[in-house]
Design a protein around this ligand. Sequence first.
Ligand SMILES: [Zn+2]
Length: 273
Amino acid sequence: MLPLVREDINGIDCWRVAFLEEQAPVRAYFSGRAGGKSRPPYDTLNLGLHAGDAADIVLANRQELAAALGLPLTGWIIGAQVHGNQVALVGRRDAGRGAMELTTALPGVDAMVTGSGGLTLVAFYADCVPLYLVDPARGVAGLAHAGWRGTVLRVASQVVARMVTEFNSSPAGILACIGPAIGPCCYQVDERVAAAVRQHLPWADDVLLPDGPGHYRLDLPQSNRRDLQAAGLQPEYIALAGICTCCRADTFFSYRAAGGPTGRQAALLTITG
Ligand SMILES: [Zn+2]
């Protein structure tokens, strides 16, 4: 089984996270670039209000995606991402936060967990790593945004820890999918980033690949996989999309490939049960 399956939903390019949907009562998606209304450099399905695009066009794009997936904006919950590791516990009273404007997004939040059905956790990406977590036994879902800073701050294991403390989840029973993100093929980093990785991650040597003097290629998806395993997830319960957003900048927004302003795609995760 492929972890993600590409689908055209009413002209909108979407990737269904089949690995999770087939094993748990959830709906999980990652959006692509095609099918929206934004103009260059945000062309076309830009879903981020924080990237410089016109707000009315972004909201139209969101509305179109929400309608296509049948996941209404009134149930979306969005964090104002800061590349941190804060995990918010969200519920029905948070429904709609950040969906229509930046000001109501959960401040300083890159990760959320919920035990409530019918809400849609949403986060935005242009190379950073989407992390989807689901505990089918407890009916709990978690979603995180991990760039290099979030990866170094181990936001992945922070989400697992929050699922354990709030819902008594067993890490060995949690399913995870690591979505499309910039791969080691394209993600060159400098000594400053490498030093942070070495300082914080015991598996640094396995995810930092030498790439000339003072430069490395960092494998963010693999590092997050290691973090999830360190948090107690079983290796066979972790799926990697294995899709590089920078290699496939025709299909996804990639900050590195764009070399300047670009749009954002979204990860969406809903408990249906
Ligand atoms: Zn690549």
